[in-house]
Design a protein around this ligand. Sequence first.
Ligand SMILES: Cc1ncc(COP(=O)(O)O)c(C=O)c1O
Length: 386
Amino acid sequence: MNSFGVGLREHFLLDERLVFLNHGSFGACPKEVLEAQTVWRTRMECDPISFMMRVLPVAIRAQAEGLGALLGARGKDLVFVENATTGMNAILRGMVFEPEDEVLTFDHLYTAVDNTLDFLAKRIGFRLVRAKFELPLTNPDEIVAAVTSQITARTRIAVLDHITSFSGIVMPMEKIVAACHAKGVPVLVDGAHAPGMLDLDIERVGADYYVGNCHKWLWAPKGCAFLHVQPRHQADTHPPSISNYEAQGYPTNFDWTGTKDPSAWLSTSAGLAFHRKLGGRAVAEYNHTLVVWALQMLSEALGWMLVAPMEMIGSIGTLRIPKSEGSTAEDAAALHDYLVDAHNIEVLVHAHDALYLRISAQVYNVRSDYEKLLTAIKAAQSENLC
Ligand SMILES: Cc1ncc(COP(=O)(O)O)c(C=O)c1O
């Protein structure tokens, strides 16, 4: 395989004119993984009954074993879901809450999960407690303290991102889980970005429930994510669609949730093979080094604030844009659209208490991609777009 950088673009379908600095949102699937997916689809359509009834149940479990071997988990504790959003919904909407319960989270939660919690809080009446932390963070222990200080006798569960979506901060999850468990609070971790970006060991993190995506940083086709549930909770865990094999319990009840195309799940091993071919851990190391360089370069050139120490960053990182340069969702959309339409640069711009620019680094990126971004941002500033 080629060394990291522009040469690797040939392994992807990415438009060659695009400066792609947002691997984080939806990933970019390698051609050879898409080809493996086509092989599975063809096999399925050649003999649909036999495939669904006999091949699929065994093949899914084999994929779970392979994934678990990389992520420090037993295959039988892992089930596949379409995406992190579905995994989070399976746990939250399947859980029995009382109106007097409190659900603890923090205020950087991914929108879909925040909406799920809001929906449930309104329907059931429980109190949603959002731990707040100030940016820039200077120390991971600030997060541990922010979360644990909000635990009360009514806290039913803590729902936390392992890597925050718009701010790209790697949370000290092992410490947070241990602190919550010490107070008797179970933890649901949304690790949407963690597999492939971190050297993730799910058992070491120790959460009660852990959700992760394979379609972001583990090269799987879109629609491939997983849920890990500790054995003590498995009898009470159900898929969002209760289906034919509910009586058989976890994990079989998740392996079949009605007719659908399972080829993305079955291509997990092809994604893992691509990851190994690139050098496994070397991928995250390259990405981290590149994104740290880019963040520091952009921060120095623009005077935009880094939100966390570089040890709390993986392969995505964020700069806070001064409020004088915009703060609304419309401002965020205007800057994003200008960067795509005028400069072919795809990057995330998010409005929270201010605007945040989130960049990703992936093996096909090089320093000049971020230098092009800097030039484009300066052009946007001269047009008063930020
Ligand atoms: C923390 C977090 N959770 C959930 C998601 C949603 O992932 P998916 O679209 O695979 O459900 C994202 C997407 O970026 C995320 O950052």
